[in-house]
Design a binder for this molecule. Structure first.
Ligand SMILES: *Cc1c(COP(=O)(O)O)cnc(C)c1O
Length: 456
């Protein structure tokens, strides 16, 4: 499988190249040249596999010939060996909600599912003969998942930028109490969009990128997406009839993986984008205008995002893979602060996606009601997707993606149900551990200098 960029269709790179680079040299996002559909017979075959074997079949489609099937099998076996459930994910039917729990990995959020694999890919691809410096922006969960996957790795440094005081206390503590000396936590005095923008600027600075041999593990890295496609297939096969998926959405990575699954032939009806009050994706689906506004802090901080990077991949697709059009839209976004979809694009968007906004008070009520009615505690992100599935009113069965364990958002849960949650066993001593992080101004120069100094 070879790869192009959303801003340059004539690019031709293999999986190893795009994995290390993360972002395309033209500032676009990498995409495979083509996405093949599974036939009905193939789908039938896939439906009999366990999670890891299914993962091997799907992931290898995108990595061959750079990574062979047997290598991927080894990788997945190791990546998921310390998940606390047999088949990586769990599906629970609670009243009329089917919940796909994706948070059984080491840091209790769905980010582990891709990140644990990616951490091992650096070794499998034989990339780290030279020291690699990975820079990642996090809205709270990506950072801890990356740290868990990359701590103590030889020849890798990891720099994690999180927005200062805009993530939950537990999210911060999980990241900053890691005492491996290849991990550097930076609290940026800004919001997530600032962190992500600066990471992209560093990637686009050829000299800087080369100097530190920079790599990235944000969901702009295609490898994240391919690992996330697997659970859409896995969940679908448990029901084997047309389904919707309701997905708590921030950077559009997770739900975009669902869209790719659909392109690969999975009979998905609607992908329901659940957002909090940072509802840019809702607005674009309803009005056709993509216009970021101020980011508002909410009870679901991992979704407090206005610039949803992966939307560019979808834009490329719904505009009939027109790279020039994508360049123009992205240019408008930078210069005028927005771009518009034409009718054809909007039609394709609405064929595949619906969007529902759930505000903080609704989120609290959903957590409370769900607890009272079923004795089950939802995290605030998952709660938005449960709310969206109620509101979306669609005839097909809806599977809700559970993206985090409620323990990560203790304060909010306490607010909703008036109770504390017991920490899962890996986090029993979290409050006693020493935190280590650097607070840095929201300035590219300062962040760059810090990274340059530590990257030596
Ligand atoms: C990252 C995250 C999301 C949003 O996922 P995207 O791929 O950025 O859309 C939702 N919920 C939780 C708990 C997350 O950590």
């Amino acid at each position: 499988m070879n790869y192009i960029s959303t801003r340059n269709k004539s690019l031709n790179l293999n999986f190893g190249n795009i994995f290390l680079r993360g972002l395309a040299p033209d500032g676009g996002l990498f995409l495979p040249k083509e996405i093949k559909k599974f036939s009905e017979d193939e789908l039938k075959e896939l439906s009999t596999l366990n999670y890891i074997d299914l993962g091997v079949e799907i992931i290898s489609k995108f990595c061959l010939p750079v990574l062979e099937k047997n290598k991927i099998k080894k990788l997945l076996d190791k990546a998921y060996s310390d998940f606390n459930t047999q088949n990586v994910v769990e599906i629970k039917n609670i009243d009329n909600v089917s919940l796909l729990e994706l948070y059984h990995g080491p840091t209790l959020a769905f980010k582990d599912i891709a990140m644990q694999v990616i951490g091992l890919m650096y070794e499998a691809l034989d990339l780290n003969k030279k020291k690699i410096n990975i820079v990642v922006a996090t809205s709270g969960d990506t950072g801890s998942a990356a740290i868990a996957a990359l701590k103590e790795k030889e020849n890798i440094n990891l720099f994690v930028l999180h927005p200062h005081e805009k993530i939950s206390n537990i999210q911060r503590k999980i990241m900053t109490t890691c005492d491996s000396n290849n991990i550097f936590n930076i609290a940026v005095k800004g919001n997530f969009d600032d962190c992500q923008r600066m990471v992209k600027q560093m990637f686009n600075d050829e000299e800087f990128r080369e100097k530190i041999n920079m790599s990235g593990v944000n969901s702009i890295n295609w490898a994240r997406i391919i690992c996330q496609i697997v659970y859409y297939f896995y969940a679908y096969f448990k029901f084997s009839k047309k389904v919707n998926f309701s997905v708590p959405t921030g950077n559009f990575g997770d739900i975009y993986a669902g869209y790719v699954a659909k392109k690969m032939g999975l009979p998905i009806d609607k992908l329901i984008v659940a957002t909090n009050e940072n509802d840019i994706l809702c607005r674009v689906i309803n009005s056709g205008e993509y216009r970021p506004s101020e980011t508002k802090p909410s009870l679901s901080p991992s979704m407090d995002i206005q610039v949803a990077s992966n939307f560019e991949r979808l834009l490329f697709d719904i505009s009939n893979r027109d790279d020039q059009k994508v360049i123009k839209s992205m240019d408008n976004l930078t210069k005028k602060g927005f771009f518009k979809l034409d009718n054809e694009e909007l039609k394709k968007l609405r064929e595949n996606f619906a969007a529902v906004r759930i505000n903080d008070s609704e989120t609290l009520r959903i957590i409370k009601d769900f607890f009272i009615n079923y004795g089950f505690i939802l995290d605030p992100h998952t709660a938005t997707a449960v709310g969206a599935s109620y509101k979306a009113k669609n005839k097909s069965k809806t599977i809700v993606l559970g993206t985090a364990h409620p323990f990560k958002f203790l304060e909010t849960i306490k607010l909703a149900i008036g109770k504390n949650i017991e920490p899962p066993k890996q986090f029993l001593n979290l409050s006693k551990k020493v935190e280590k992080f650097e607070i840095i101004d929201n300035k590219l120069k300062d962040i760059r200098n810090y990274i340059l100094e530590k990257a030596k």
